[in-house]
Design a binder for this molecule. Structure first.
Ligand SMILES: [Zn+2]
Length: 157
């Protein structure tokens, strides 16, 4: 990740291209409006009111609310952060707006599905269920509509 940041001339400070607050790694993955929204969808799938707000709180959060699937904590974190990272890069460097939050959640869930294929049948099934639940939650709040071109704007608010 650091290489990517250096390639893109990221010098470790400055303002977030989405919300103009101070840009830190913590901000990009947990505090930015877009990240907070994605984590709130994850929280909803898990069945709780609020998601993790920092790296430290993620580990406490999963231990508290997902104690029976310890093996999946890292893949959940990786999938979610990877999707947030991709969406941020599209917005900040490629000027590609995300059409819908559903796209970001689908990215996260596709990584989780890929991971599921590498697991034993039972564990893979559990991961696949989690991945599907994430997609349904996103679709519930952001049903696909050909005329919906406003979600990119939502990300920038
Ligand atoms: Zn931000």
């Amino acid at each position: 990740m650091k290489d990517n940041l250096l390639k893109r001339n990221w010098n470790g400070d400055g303002k977030c291209c989405i919300c103009a607050q101070n840009k830190t790694v913590q901000h990009m993955f947990f505090e930015c409006t877009m990240a907070r929204y994605i984590w709130s969808l994850v929280a909803m799938v898990v069945g709780v009111d609020c998601g993790p707000v920092s790296w430290e709180s993620f580990w406490i959060w999963v231990e508290m609310f997902m104690p029976r699937v310890v093996k999946f904590h890292m893949v959940g974190l990786a999938g979610t952060c990877w999707a947030i990272w991709r969406a941020r890069n599209n917005i900040c460097f490629e000027q590609k707006f995300v059409r819908s939050h559903t796209e970001i959640v689908r990215l996260a869930s596709s990584l989780i599905s890929f991971w599921a294929e590498l697991q034993t049948e039972e564990e893979g099934k559990a991961l696949e269920e989690g991945s599907e639940a994430l997609k349904s939650a996103a679709l519930h709040f952001h049903p696909r509509s050909p005329s919906d071109g406003s979600a990119g704007t939502v990300l920038l608010q």
